[in-house]
Design a protein around this ligand. Structure first.
Ligand code: AMP
Length: 175
C-alpha cells in the first residue's frame, strides 16, 4: 500500500513558506492507519521494547497503538506545564527562539528499552531533545520511528545520528 498518497500537503500553514504534512488524512481511514501502525510494530516486535514514548499530540495517535501491540507501556512527552507531577525538561533551539518538552520524572525506569515515536522528522530538534529526556532517566533509546521523514535541506537525520531511525516514507523538502 502506498501510504504517501494519504498525506495531505497544506501549503503556507501555520505560516508562509511551510508545507505542512497533514497526517490526519492517513489516520482517518482504517486501512492505511492500520498498515502504518503494523509496519512500525513489525519492525520493533522482537526488540524487547519496554516503553513507547511519543510526543504530543499527533505522536499519541500511533504511539498508544504501537505500545499496546508491542506489549509495552506508553509514555507521554508534552509541552511545558501540561504534566501534573514532577517533570524532567529539555529545551532546544528552533530557527527563531527555543522550545521545551517535558516528561514525568518516573515515566521510565533505569535500563528500560524505549521506542520513541513522532509523526514527522523535520530538523530533528524535537526528537533529539526527547532522546535526551529518555536518557536522563537511564532509559535506552532502541529506535526512533516516524510516519514521515522530510529529506533535503533540513538534515534531521544528522541531528539524531547513531540511533536506529525508521520512517515509513521520505518526502523531499521543496525549496
Ligand atoms: P523538528 O523538531 O524540526 O524535527 O520538528 C518535528 C515536529 O514538528 C514534529 O512533532 C512535527 O509534527 C512538527 N513538524 C515540523 N515540520 C512539519 C511539517 N512540515 N509538517 C507537519 N509537521 C511538522
Amino acid at each position: 500500500m502506498d501510504l504517501e498518497q494519504y498525506i495531505r500537503n497544506v501549503p503556507d500553514w501555520p505560516k508562509p513558506g511551510i508545507q505542512f504534512k497533514d497526517v490526519t488524512t492517513l489516520c482517518k481511514a482504517y486501512a492505511p492507519f492500520k498498515e502504518s501502525c503494523d509496519r512500525i510494530i513489525n519492525h520493533y516486535k522482537d526488540k524487547g521494547i519496554d516503553k513507547v514514548a511519543a510526543i504530543e499530540a499527533r505522536g499519541y495517535v500511533w504511539g498508544g497503538v504501537i505500545a499496546y501491540q508491542l506489549g509495552a507501556g506508553f509514555v507521554l512527552i508534552r509541552k511545558p506545564g501540561k504534566l501534573p507531577y514532577k517533570t524532567l525538561s529539555e529545551t532546544y533551539e528552533l530557527e527563531y527562539g527555543t522550545d521545551t518538552i517535558e516528561m514525568h520524572i518516573d515515566a521510565i525506569e533505569k535500563g528500560e528499552k524505549v521506542l520513541l515515536f513522532d509523526d514527522l522528522l523535520a530538523t530533528g530538534g524535537t526528537a533529539k531533545a526527547a532522546c535526551s529526556l529518555i536518557e536522563k532517566t537511564g532509559g535506552t533509546v532502541i529506535g526512533i520511528a516516524f510516519v514521515i521523514e522530510l529529506t533535503g535541506s533540513l538534515h534531521g537525520r544528522d541531528e539524531i545520528q547513531g540511533y536506529d531511525i525508521f520512517s515509513l516514507m521520505e518526502i523531499p523538502v521543496e525549496e
